[in-house]
Design a protein around this ligand. Structure first.
Ligand code: NAP
Length: 254
């Protein structure tokens, strides 16, 4: 029997990369899965992979930075699969620039997606978790929270999520809701491949260069993050809350 049977997990930004791996990993433990991404049609591959594990799955085309759409999605999940009991806030974007070139739009888009989006999803989902007196919330921070050139917007959002993690662990703990964050380092996804291209580098070469700077001498794969998120969502981690777990092949930032 899977460790998450009878639970309903909502994963945002699950069309590809880390979110897709998380959806599949939680499904392997028996959770029914709700996935969202900006466009419903982009979720087909994830839906097929989740279905192959034998659990129920529902998919929603939702922008997490739109509070009303998020509220409607969380209510739709309750109708389609049952009330959300696990929330993985994963959706994210980068709009890198040095501070003197960073536009209001680049700043606002990144804060809206990571920080406000995670807040909207969590506010909507926790109402269902409080009623169940059981819940698991995972935020997606980053080693960039520790500071990263060209990412004033992204590192501020990712540091903000660490504050949100600790605060909500305090507020929601009395309702048997665990709130934690993962902070990935370099994970091989479209996000890091796009960064390589923006820097004028070949994605494979960029990956190999970065691997040499990491104590474990490899970059991460989405499943590395998904395994830790899955652990945090099981009752094996029921006495862990308010923590930020770095998944970076290093003690924090490589
Ligand atoms: P990815 O491959 O770019 O996937 C992110 C997904 O989120 C995409 O499908 C994207 O859709 C979706 N998304 C973007 N904005 C959204 C919104 N407003 N509403 C709903 N969905 C939205 O990125 P990833 O590497 O898997 O990253 C996943 C998370 O891990 C992000 O929070 C990222 O910041 C974090 N992270 C990644 C790394 C890394 O090295 N890869 C390291 C640390 C932290 P579109 O394709 O339509 O934009």
């Amino acid at each position: 029997m899977g460790k998450l049977e009878g639970r309903v997990a909502l994963i945002t930004g699950a069309a590809r990369g880390i979110g897709q791996a998380e959806a599949v990993r939680l499904a392997e433990e028996g959770a029914d899965i709700a996935v969202c991404d900006l466009r419903r049609e982009d979720l087909e591959e994830t839906v097929a992979a989740v279905k192959a594990t034998g659990v129920r799955v529902a998919a929603y085309g939702v922008d997490v930075s739109d509070s009303a759409s998020v509220n409607a999605m969380v209510e739709a999940v309750a109708k389609d699969l049952g009330p959300v009991s696990i929330l993985v806030n994963n959706a994210g974007i980068t709009r890198d620039n040095l501070i003197y070139r960073m536009t209001d739009e680049e700043w606002n888009q990144v804060i809206a997606t990571h920080l406000s989006g995670s807040f909207y999803c969590t506010r909507a989902a926790q109402a269902h978790m409080v009623k169940q007196r059981w819940g698991k919330i995972v935020f997606t921070s980053s080693t960039s929270a520790l500071g990263n050139r060209g990412q004033a917007n992204y590192s501020s959002a990712k540091a903000g999520l660490q504050g949100l993690t600790r605060t909500l662990a305090v507020e929601l703990g009395p309702f048997n809701i665990n709130v934690n964050a993962v902070a990935p380092g370099f994970i091989d996804t479209e996000m890091t491949r796009a960064t390589a291209r923006r820097l004028g580098k070949d994605p494979e070469e960029f990956k190999n260069e970065r691997a040499q700077l990491i104590p474990l001498r490899r970059v991460g794969v989405p499943r590395d993050v998904a395994n830790v998120v899955c652990f945090l969502c099981t009752d094996e981690a029921s006495y862990v809350t308010g923590q930020v777990i770095y998944v970076s092949g290093a003690p924090g930032r490589a």
